[in-house]
Design a binder for this molecule. Structure first.
Ligand code: SF4
Length: 317
């Protein structure tokens, strides 16, 4: 397989069959946390990178071989920016015509100010847009964009897309310590996202080795603060954490402690609710929570008037 990989399990997309439609590494950004490394070709030029019909053929064959029931989403998630592919719209349209699977695109959103790019993405069933910054200075530090890009233009493009898009839109915000995790920045990011027609906002920390050695994951305090600030504007059900807990499965039955860990890796939980939950199944909440803190599995933090439990963020990549 040249262009297709997986399916890989994804919390956002279930079993996702990945498409790599951009060779490494062509991107409009060179994010400090990028897991593919620094961008060798920072570009805004849309063009053909591979024969688009070959990509479609390979996807259709992979779906046939694997069986449609094994795949939840077909996802454009390349080693670069997928919208740089001038044939993206054609590929999405053709894949949708020839399979019965929804198509998702994970984009850095930098080209959404172009009508042509928005039109291509209108074809997709789900689009994830990146919003890591709300001020130009932070934007330049974290995403290191092409010199012709400006944050205002990018945010306008996202707004414009959000107004007319009929599919499901989600956002992803990667929090990097001392770069974009300050209260002011988060406040502005959350109010921008709350103004979009998005059904879920994900708050992430880098979980794979980053392009730059100085990158550190935002700590639990910043992540909790971001979660609460987003939730105040959007409602808790619309905000989720992606902080690197692979086994997040809410349906763990019979093991309340694992279940608690799994929930708190996605939604920080008020400590009084957690105690209630543990008490209900006959456990001693103080003992269990103390044990989890000592084992380095959870952190207990205060935010506003309450104490919360959040899954401890591992500092190893
Ligand atoms: S936008 Fe994505 S591919 Fe491009 S540099 Fe950032 S993380 Fe890497």
């Amino acid at each position: 397989m040249r262009y297709v990989f997986g399916p890989v399990p994804s919390r956002r997309l279930g079993r996702s069959l990945g498409i790599n439609n951009i060779p490494p590494k062509n991107c409009s950004y060179s994010c400090v946390y990028c897991q593919v490394g620094r961008t060798s070709n920072i570009t805004l030029e849309r063009r053909s990178f591979y024969p688009w019909k070959e990509i479609v053929e390979e996807v259709v064959n992979a779906v046939k071989t694997l069986g449609e029931e094994k795949i939840d989403y077909i996802t454009f998630v390349p080693d670069g920016e997928p919208t740089l592919d001038a044939f993206l719209g054609k590929e999405i349209g053709e894949i949708k015509r020839r399979t019965n699977k929804p198509v998702a695109v994970l984009t850095n959103s930098s080209l959404l100010f172009e009508e042509e790019v928005r039109n291509d993405l209108f074809e997709a069933d789900l689009v994830s847009v990146k919003v890591d910054a709300a001020t130009e200075k932070v934007y330049r530090r974290i995403n290191r964009p092409h010199s012709k890009l400006s944050l205002d233009r990018v945010l306008d493009g996202i707004r414009e897309f959000s107004k007319s898009y009929k599919g499901g839109m989600i956002t992803e915000t990667m929090l990097v310590k001392d770069i974009n995790d300050k209260e002011d920045e988060i406040k502005q990011i959350s109010s921008f996202i709350a103004g979009l027609k998005t059904y879920k906002a994900y708050i992430a920390v880098p979980t794979r080795p980053p392009a730059e050695g100085f990158v550190r994951k935002a700590g639990e305090e910043s992540v909790l603060r971001a979660y609460e600030m987003f939730s105040e504007l959007m409602g808790r059900e619309k905000v989720e954490l992606l902080i690197g807990y692979e086994g997040a499965d809410f349906s763990i039955i019979g093991n309340p402690v694992e279940s608690l860990l799994s929930i708190t890796s996605v939604h920080p939980m008020r400590i009084d609710y957690a105690c209630e939950l543990l008490q209900k199944v006959g456990l001693n909440p103080e003992k269990v929570l103390e044990g989890l803190v000592n084992e380095g599995k959870i952190a207990i933090l205060e935010y506003g008037e309450h104490k919360f439990i959040i899954k401890k963020i591992s500092y190893h990549y």
